[in-house]
Design a protein around this ligand. Structure first.
Ligand SMILES: Nc1ncnc2c1ncn2[C@@H]1O[C@H](COP(=O)(O)OP(=O)(O)OP(=O)(O)O)[C@@H](O)[C@H]1O
Ligand SMILES: O=P(O)(O)OC[C@H]1O[C@H](OP(=O)(O)OP(=O)(O)O)[C@H](O)[C@@H]1O
Ligand SMILES: O=C(O)c1cccnc1
Length: 488
């Protein structure tokens, strides 16, 4: 409802506590100190072997508009939670600092930084909510889409989810994420316009209901369109829908481009086989069978196992809502902060659950590829100034199970976190969506199949360098000493 506030911005798209902390930092004089925050998720979404990163374009769009408008500040004043001097400061606020990030379409894994903000404390704090909001959703949908694409193989798969998405933004950005993850087209016309995603679609039951019979409906559609896919299940797929689709296709001949029929209910394995036979017998071997109805990777795989004769898959609800796992759960943690003397001190968040203990320090993620077979050996997390490329071999070990280790000799190390903003300036050229999609596919080709299967994949190694591991242990011990000395 930005019409209520013509100068509305997304800067207040943040949790109130971020602004409350900002005020504290500003008033206590630590707001301009350098702070490094990193975002990561703890568990692989859908128990998949990899996740497909998406959301960076929207993060950039958000950062580019990051100023407090007049109405933003006036609103904050009405809350009575902020002092006038702080609100005056916000009038001149702008993004300062640097952001390194995985690029869209990159494969990312749990417990490794996927976005890193190195900025004044106040700035890094303010943008937490929006960054997590964007990447949590888009990465989840891109990953779900990749799972679905992995079972459809080379068959076209269409995104049909807008009507069931969690509101309009989710439909638009979810569609884009699905395209990155491997979908071929969308039914959402605005997503087509905004992102140049191919649009595609058939027609709904309403058309047939309006005519109250399949023949008249298909004929009306055929007379007003060239490319025709008829929805054949409104009354009776095999007795009425398909025979009438064939009749119209024959009667209209070259006047239309009869592309096929869509089925949307019933036993899709059985029905698709009968539909295929009917189309073939009628002389339409190239007509395709489209299918939709609550599909996801499990149902599609099962239908393929049953040798269903389905050529094109329409997937909505279960993709766009990430039905079986509605949240990625990425978090954003302070990993390093400038002390009174201007020195960076690495910070930690301790938990009794070992997997929830954050890894201190500004880090880089390296994708280690074997130069022999060209396949990814795993990811290697180092402190930011380490350079594994300068080493002859690297010792990789699991931080949780240190007895799982290996030494890699012939390798290439590619930095996963790329510079996006440097000292407040956008330095990254946002690639085209087509390039993002192709890049994602190319990266998937470097992954062993064992990490790509959709059920119980092998766990991809995400290891810490010795320096990074030792730094973490040292800081855990320091915190333990500090807590033990407390006398409450
Ligand atoms: N052969 C099949 N094997 C496995 N799953 C199937 C098969 N055929 C259809 N399905 C799936 O089973 C579910 C059946 O849905 P549902 O019980 O709503 O039946 P329906 O035919 O869609 O009914 P309605 O007429 O109300 O739409 C859908 O998710 C569909 O994708
Ligand atoms: O099942 P999904 O994966 O979410 O795919 C989208 C669904 O949306 C449409 O149904 P809907 O009942 O909304 O409209 P209709 O009147 O055309 O059947 C379509 O026929 C699909 O069943
Ligand atoms: O074009 C279609 O067939 C379509 C579009 C949206 C939802 N369900 C189906």
């Amino acid at each position: 409802m930005s019409y209520q506030f013509p100068d509305d911005s997304c800067t207040l798209h943040t949790d109130a506590y971020e602004l409350s902390m900002m005020q504290t930092y500003w008033k206590k004089g630590i707001g301009q100190r350098r702070a490094v925050f990193e975002a990561y998720f703890r568990d692989m979404p859908f128990k998949n072997g990899y996740a497909v990163f998406a959301g960076l374009q929207r993060v950039v769009e958000y950062i580019e508009q990051l100023t407090f408008s007049k109405s933003d500040i006036e609103y904050l004043r009405t809350t009575n939670q902020f002092d006038d001097d702080f609100l005056d400061y916000l009038k001149d606020f702008k993004f300062e600092g640097s952001i390194n990030s995985a690029v869209e379409g990159e494969l990312v894994f749990n417990n490794e930084p996927i976005i890193q903000v190195d900025a004044p404390l106040m700035v890094g704090q303010l943008i937490e909510t929006a960054i997590l909001n964007i990447i949590n959703y888009q990465t989840l949908i891109a990953t779900k889409a990749a799972r679905i694409k992995s079972v459809v193989g080379t068959d076209p798969v269409l995104e049909f989810g807008s009507r069931r998405a969690q509101e309009m933004d989710a439909a638009i950005w979810g569609t884009r994420a699905a395209y990155i993850g491997g979908f071929d087209a969308t039914s959402n016309v605005r997503a087509g316009k905004l992102f140049n995603i191919p649009i595609s679609g058939t027609h709904a039951h309403a058309l047939v209901q309006a005519y109250m019979n399949d023949y008249d409906a298909f004929m009306a559609y055929a007379e007003t369109h060239r490319d025709c896919v008829f929805l054949v299940d409104t009354f009776d797929t095999l007795k009425s829908g398909v025979p009438n689709a064939i009749r119209v296709a024959k009667e209209m001949g070259d006047k239309i481009n009869f592309q096929g029929v869509r089925i949307d209910s019933g036993d899709m394995a059985y029905i698709s086989k009968r539909v295929r036979e009917m189309l073939d017998e009628a002389g339409f071997p190239d007509a395709k069978v489209y299918a939709s109805n609550d599909l996801d990777e499990k149902t599609i795989l099962n239908l393929k196992m049953q040798h269903a004769k389905i050529d094109v898959w329409g997937v909505g609800t279960k993709l766009i809502t990430a039905f079986d796992q509605p949240a990625l759960g990425a978090v954003y943690k302070l990993v390093s902060f400038e002390n009174d003397d201007g020195k960076m001190i690495d910070t930690i968040k301790i938990s009794s659950n070992a997997s929830k203990v954050s890894t201190p320090g500004k880090k880089q993620v390296w994708r280690i590829t074997d130069t022999g077979d060209g396949k990814s050996e795993g990811d290697y997390i180092t402190l930011f100034d380490e350079d594994p490329q300068a080493q002859d071999s690297i010792y990789m070990f699991s931080p949780d199970y240190t007895y799982i280790n290996k030494t890699v000799d012939n390798f290439e190390a590619r930095a996963v976190l790329q510079p996006i903003y440097e000292n407040g300036k956008l330095t990254y050229d946002l690639p085209s969506l087509e390039d993002i999609k192709k890049g994602s596919q190319a990266r998937l080709n470097l992954l062993w199949d064992e990490y790509k299967r959709d059920l119980n994949p092998q766990i991809y190694p995400v290891d810490l360098s010795q320096n990074c591991f030792d730094n973490k242990m040292e800081i855990i011990n320091e915190v333990r000493d500090y807590v033990n000395k407390l006398n409450f």
